[in-house]
Design a protein. Structure first.
Length: 306
């Protein structure tokens, strides 16, 4: 499946208030480069892109070929965006985009082990140089820890039942083997009532754990806000409730001043550092969902630096 950038028009509009193109942009989750290309096509002068995935960077370079002189790409985490910006001599940037989670490129590549639609080795690493993969978690983590992981990161109510089946069947070698095992562990009436594949939440939980996704989202928001000048914008697209909850909470905390009582300012009085551009998240239109069903759970939140 060809990668289709999610909420493309909405994200570009959010990062170009009044139609004014930003001078310097960071795309911290470059992927195939679709959002970055649209920003450059719309007039952004210079773009810094980064991604943990080496294969994604190769694809993005092809996507951005016509803008080659205006882009600099780095393989690495968006947590290092300040370091990359300083390497280019940038103290501030006008706009930052983060499109969180899994891309179609990764999902559709059987060798990456993200999908239960293919029989592949359990992997799920965004950065393939990491030591620990999903295979290590599934086959070596103690049952109680694995249960907590599925419940916390997958919000999987059947975590105990699933983990009992996993532990009894170890070692588990492939994505399909795991998916079939999870499905078989659930009662037939429950399986029939589910609108998603029974293994969806288990695979989500493993992927989040392997890549430490929630912790990095939490850590990147203050880094990004600090890089913006007054009027600069941060747009974040998330795809599941755990990510969106973190973004929503962080934005609200940064948007509300916390005034200390008189004489106690030294104990941590805080001023609001951003304003919320949209109080409620922007979601895909029905037309976009029909064109690209994978967009259905996407939510876009936008903040502007004060």
């Amino acid at each position: 499946m060809t990668h289709i950038p999610v909420l493309l028009d909405e994200a570009i509009a959010a990062l170009m208030p009044g139609g004014k193109a930003p001078s310097r942009v960071i795309d911290g989750t470059l992927g195939a480069g679709g959002h970055s290309k649209a920003l450059l096509d719309a007039g952004a002068e210079k773009l810094l892109g980064c991604d943990l995935d080496a294969h994604a960077l190769q694809t993005a370079r092809q996507t951005l070929q016509e803008h080659d002189g205006r882009t600099r790409l780095f393989q690495g985490s968006y947590l290092r965006m300040r370091e990359y910006a300083q390497e280019l001599g940038w103290d501030v940037v006008d706009a930052i985009l983060l499109d969180l989670g899994l891309s179609s490129l990764q999902l559709d590549d059987p060798a990456r082990g993200f999908s239960f639609r293919h029989a592949a080795r359990l992997d799920m690493r965004f950065d393939t140089s990491l030591d620990a993969s999903a295979n290590d978690i599934v086959n070596t983590l103690p049952g109680e820890e694995l249960t907590r992981l599925l419940f916390r990161y997958g919000e999987e109510r059947q975590a105990r039942r699933i983990v009992r089946a996993i532990v009894a069947a170890r070692p588990i070698g492939t994505t399909r083997e795991l998916a079939e095992l999870v499905a078989a562990a659930l009662p037939a009436p429950l399986r029939r009532s589910m609108r998603i594949h029974p293994a969806t939440r288990t695979f989500q939980a493993l992927r989040i754990a392997v890549n430490d996704e929630l912790a990095t989202v939490e850590r990147v928001i203050p880094i990004a806000v600090d890089l913006l000048p007054s009027g600069g914008r941060l747009a974040i697209i998330s795809f599941h409730s755990l990510e969106d909850r973190i973004v929503k909470r962080a934005f609200r905390e940064l948007a509300h001043s916390q005034n200390a009582p008189p004489g106690m300012a030294s104990l941590g009085s805080k001023r609001a550092s951003i304003r919320l551009v949209n109080r409620k998240p922007i979601t895909p239109s029905q037309a976009e969902i029909q064109r690209n069903p994978r967009s259905r759970s996407a939510k876009l939140r936008v903040a502007e630096k004060l």
